[in-house]
Design a protein around this ligand. Structure first.
Ligand code: UDP
Ligand code: MG
Length: 242
């Protein structure tokens, strides 16, 4: 069982060098071939083994969701979009529905406790231990809440780096019927991204976990940058089964 700080219910720098990839590969191989780390210090019971956690970060419309779909298809990760989990919560009969809706309309960050609990519920109920957590953490407080409640840190952090004017263009053209895909809310989301999300990205850069992806180009061109970061999971997975 994951370590829980509170009851679960009710739900209330670019680092592109080959050195960095080698370091990441080393960590991934450790995870997949030795099953390490399984220590309680990670807040995870050995019974469940250690998950492999990837955070996928970047501003609105940078292509996080699109690339996550490619990673899932190619490497078999479980995709958890924090925004989608929150939108699903609005549609369910949750006590938090109207608060979440208002936050999303204004481009504000939903309280960490709510988002982390939604992520935790999905992680606990998944048989797949390789997680892509998309659009989270969005601020330092989100990051600390994840570490405290889940009791784990990400193994890999991707940052899709995209100019603002391109992000605005993509969001306004995507036609997914989202209440926050309008120019006023997008401007607010970009401000929140600059002020609160960039510090999280810088934090992981300093820790040597960040991989910056140039988010301009076709889906396949961008995936060419992403693929090598995960290719080792596939190799390690094969090794595990032989
Ligand atoms: N949101 C949040 N916390 C999260 C993820 C999303 O509060 O961890 C809210 C926030 O209001 C954000 C909105 O959900 O502006 C949409 O997020 P999503 O990740 O779906 O948007 P994207 O960046 O993919 O356009
Ligand atoms: Mg998204």
């Amino acid at each position: 069982m994951w370590r829980r700080a509170t009851p679960l219910s009710p739900l209330i720098s670019s680092f592109k060098s080959s050195f960095c990839i080698q370091q990441t590969e080393h960590r991934i191989f450790e995870r997949f071939t030795t099953g390490l780390p399984l220590q309680e210090k990670d807040g995870i019971s050995p019974k469940y083994g250690a998950p492999f956690i990837t955070f996928v970060l970047g501003g609105p419309g940078c292509g996080k969701g699109t690339q996550c779909a490619k990673i899932v298809e190619t490497f078999g990760f479980k995709h958890l979009s924090a925004g989608d989990l929150l939108r699903r919560e609005i549609e369910s009969d949750s006590d938090y529905g109207s608060m979440i809706l208002n936050s999303i309309k204004e481009g504000r960050i939903v309280p960490s406790e709510v988002t982390v609990k939604l992520i935790q519920r999905e992680m606990e109920s998944s048989d797949n231990k390789k997680f892509l957590i998309d659009g989270f953490p969005r601020c330092e407080e989100n990051r600390r809440a994840f570490e405290n409640i889940i009791g784990a840190e990400p193994d890999l952090v991707l940052f899709f780096d995209c100019p603002e004017d391109e992000m605005v263009k993509r969001v306004l053209n995507r036609n997914e019927g989202r209440i926050d895909d309008n120019i006023d809310t997008v401007k607010k989301r970009l401000k929140v991204f600059q002020a609160l999300s960039l510090p999280v990205i810088n934090y992981y850069a300093k820790k040597g976990k960040l991989h910056t992806i140039n988010a301009i180009g076709s889906v396949d061109e961008i995936f060419e940058q992403v693929h090598p970061l995960f290719a080792v999971c596939k190799r390690a997975g094969r090794r595990e089964t032989t």
